[in-house]
Ligand binder design. Structure first.
Ligand code: FAD
Length: 654
């Protein structure tokens, strides 16, 4: 029997980014004793990197904005594959969540008459992003941290202990959701510094672990984005929804190589920056797709007038949704019109005075000056697509954020699927975190309160989770007597595979090849070995993260192969059209066969299940699920001519 510390809480939140902290605040305010666990230091979650802003239809800069317009933009951006109820709740509740942040101490930039300022972003009809320069995520996290500390001070006054009702376990990693029968019973974790194992028992667990970008070679994502929450949900028996949809942000740095992928915020374009190819041409006018033709300017003059007079001119095509801009840049580079480092040029230097650039885009100014020795007030930036965001994620109930099929499990933020359909609009993540973080905390607290009897954690499951975590220390190596596999080598090979074969433009043959390579990598990951001991050992941490990245990557490749169309963040060269028949189809990924679901068996050994697509052996099976029809009053928000582009005859008739 594994000797370790066990604690009992009402709600466990995994993740201390925007979604996790907002969930924790809500759960604690609803009376649940709440524990938050995060891999990094408190306050260092990926959300701090968010730059451009929070989308909410407050109408401060253009009074024409309201939740219905925001809903429409979100559905259009997602190419109508969004869980429409999530998009509705999100659009309705986002303004209240931003106001609430202000009452908790957030200091947003202001309009001339003192209201919260809002900026333009791709795909949003009106200026909608509440922001703090280009450091909005930092302010969001700072405010939520401050709120948490104030709740802890209240608890100290009431109980004499700051951590009696709300405690943060920082630099700790969860490797397993533990279950009692079907329902959640707690989590198995290790402290990164000491390697010490511990268990937190709780009837409700909220996944708020963010994204998956570290499975790709070029990414804007931080080291934490190894798809842990996605994999934890799969292993606990919950399905992942539409994992084929990955957002490649159009503008990441392309030079120098050491910083390739780091984000160049969309605010640069929102504030007037333009994209040019090596011939100096503003090429985005050549890439306005049919479905957006009515909404975007036809000439540079009209586009430039829009910044000052948006009511009488159409938007510049640089502000098309991200998937469109990323594909356009990719096409320009492929056609030989790219920049020296293999991107295109993004220019603000000829569009705004230097002092305005430094004030509105301070992080970008410093980022380029320090990392690339480029002064963006005097010369253009070189940019290209970078893996940025995963639209796919845990399949959840739209209202409660409860994971499908696993009582007690909830998911919010980037780890949850459905809200953004096939493509997310910029700014809609920070609002998503707040809206659904709050909902997840609310319903997790309620579920926990109503749990009677409380679930219990079986010792054998703890032993299995401990054995799984320790396996890399005793790895036996290859059957031919070769040494154990190196986790860093496997990670590099995985990233290269995903970048080259399941990247921004996909082809059937390459995805099949990717699945074969992933099966081989999963097999080798079963023999991954590390040296040293459990005290802060990054090689060991990576060895454990590999399980998650491999599972998630297989989901992405399998779903991408299955969806025989192009839509949003899934572009197939061999199936370039968006097919109406596919609009209502969601792909659910689940572990197959005897695959382990809650920590009692060995998952790395389970590579034997074949799918019928003629591809390599794998652990993931796919199910097609049809979405509910969009409610008629929501459909009525669109012109019929627009709906015809997305919906089938049958749906229109219904
Ligand atoms: P995160 O903030 O990433 O938090 C995840 C948490 O989970 C972390 O605390 C991590 O330590 C923890 N965690 C993960 N795995 C485990 C585990 N196994 N055990 C314990 N803890 C774990 N969106 C916008 O809307 N507007 C923007 O302007 C914007 N700008 C962006 C700029 C950049 C550079 C990037 C990369 C993204 C940007 N995004 C933006 C997207 C947005 O920032 C993210 O989608 C969002 O912050 C995700 O928040 P989250 O709460 O879901 O996860």
């Amino acid at each position: 029997m594994t000797q370790l510390e066990r604690q009992q809480w009402d709600v466990v939140v995994i993740g201390a980014g925007g979604a996790g902290l907002r969930a924790a605040v809500e759960a604690r305010e609803r009376g649940a004793r709440t524990a938050v666990i995060c891999k990094s230091l408190f306050g260092k979650a990926h959300t701090v990197m968010a730059e451009g802003g929070i989308a909410a239809s407050m109408g401060n800069v253009n009074a024409g904005d309201n939740w219905q317009v925001h809903f429409r933009d979100t559905m259009r951006g997602g190419k109508f594959l969004n869980q429409w109820r999530m998009a509705e709740l999100h659009a309705q509740e986002a303004p209240a969540r931003v106001w609430e942040l202000e009452t908790w101490g957030a200091l947003f930039d202001r309009t001339a008459d003192g209201r919260i300022s809002q900026r333009n972003f791709g795909g949003h009809e009106y200026p909608r992003l509440a922001h703090v320069g280009d450091r909005t995520g930092l302010e969001l996290i700072r405010t939520l941290q401050q709120k948490i500390v104030s709740l802890q001070q209240e608890d100290e006054a009431a109980t004499g202990d700051y951590e009696s009702r709300l405690k943060i376990f920082q630099e700790c990693t969860v490797t397993r959701i533990l279950k009692d029968g079907d329902r959640v019973a707690g989590v198995f974790c290790y402290a990164r510094e000491s390697g010490r194992f511990f268990v937190i028992e709780a009837p409700s667990v909220v996944l708020a672990t963010g994204g998956i970008g570290k499975s790709f070679k070029v990414t804007s994502n931080s080291w934490e984005y190894t798809g842990d929450g996605h994999a934890l949900a799969l292993l606990a028996g919950a399905p992942l929804l539409n994992m084929e949809f990955i957002q490649f942000h159009p503008t990441g740095m392309v030079w120098p190589p050491s910083v390739k992928g780091i984000l160049v915020t969309e605010s640069v374009r929102g504030d007037g920056g333009v994209l040019r190819n090596s011939e100096g041409k503003r090429f985005m006018f050549d890439y306005i797709p049919e479905v957006f033709k009515e909404k975007y300017a036809k000439s540079e003059d009209e586009a430039d007038r829009w910044y000052d007079d948006p009511d009488h001119n159409r938007r510049p095509p640089e502000l098309l949704p991200r998937d469109e801009v990323a594909r356009a840049i990719n096409a320009e580079v492929k056609a030989g019109r790219g920049s020296p480092a293999g991107g295109v040029f993004l220019d603000v230097s000829t569009r705004m005075p230097a002092e305005v650039i430094r004030r509105r885009l301070p992080s970008m100014y410093h980022q380029f000056k320090e990392l690339a020795d480029v002064d963006i007030t005097a010369e253009p930036m070189e940019v290209g697509p970078t893996c940025h965001y995963v639209m796919g994620g845990v399949a959840v109930d739209s209202d409660t954020a409860a994971a499908v099929g696993v009582p007690g499990l909830f998911a919010a933020g980037e780890v949850a699927g459905g809200m953004h359909g096939s493509n997310r609009l910029g700014g809609n993540s920070l609002s998503d975190l707040l809206v659904f973080g709050r909902r997840a905390g609310l319903h997790a607290a309620r579920y926990s309160r109503e749990s009677d009897p409380l679930p219990t954690v079986d010792e054998s499951r703890i032993d299995a989770a401990a054995a799984e975590a320790l396996r890399p220390f005793g790895a036996s190596g290859a059957p031919d007597g070769g040494p154990p596999e190196n986790p860093y080598t496997l990670h590099q090979e995985l990233q290269q595979t995903m970048n080259d074969l399941v990247g921004i433009i996909r082809r059937e043959g390459e995805m099949k090849q990717a699945l074969e390579q992933l099966a081989r990598l999963a097999d080798r990951a079963g023999r991954v070995g590390v040296e040293g001991h459990r005290q802060f050992n990054p090689g060991w941490h990576l060895a454990l993260d590999l399980r998650n990245m491999l599972l998630v990557s297989e989901c992405i490749a399998r779903a991408a192969l299955e969806r025989t169309e192009s839509r949003g963040g899934h572009t197939r060269e061999d199936r370039p059209a968006m097919e109406q028949e596919w609009r209502r189809i969601n792909l659910h990924c689940r572990l197959t066969g005897s695959a382990d679901t809650d920590g009692a068996a060995d998952t790395t050994a389970d590579t034997a299940t074949r799918t019928d697509t003629g591809t390599a052996a794998g652990r993931i099976g796919l199910q097609r699920r049809t979405t509910d029809p969009i409610r008629p009053d929501l459909l009525a928000l669109f012109e019929k001519e627009e709906l015809v582009k997305y919906l089938t005859e049958e749906e229109l008739h219904e």
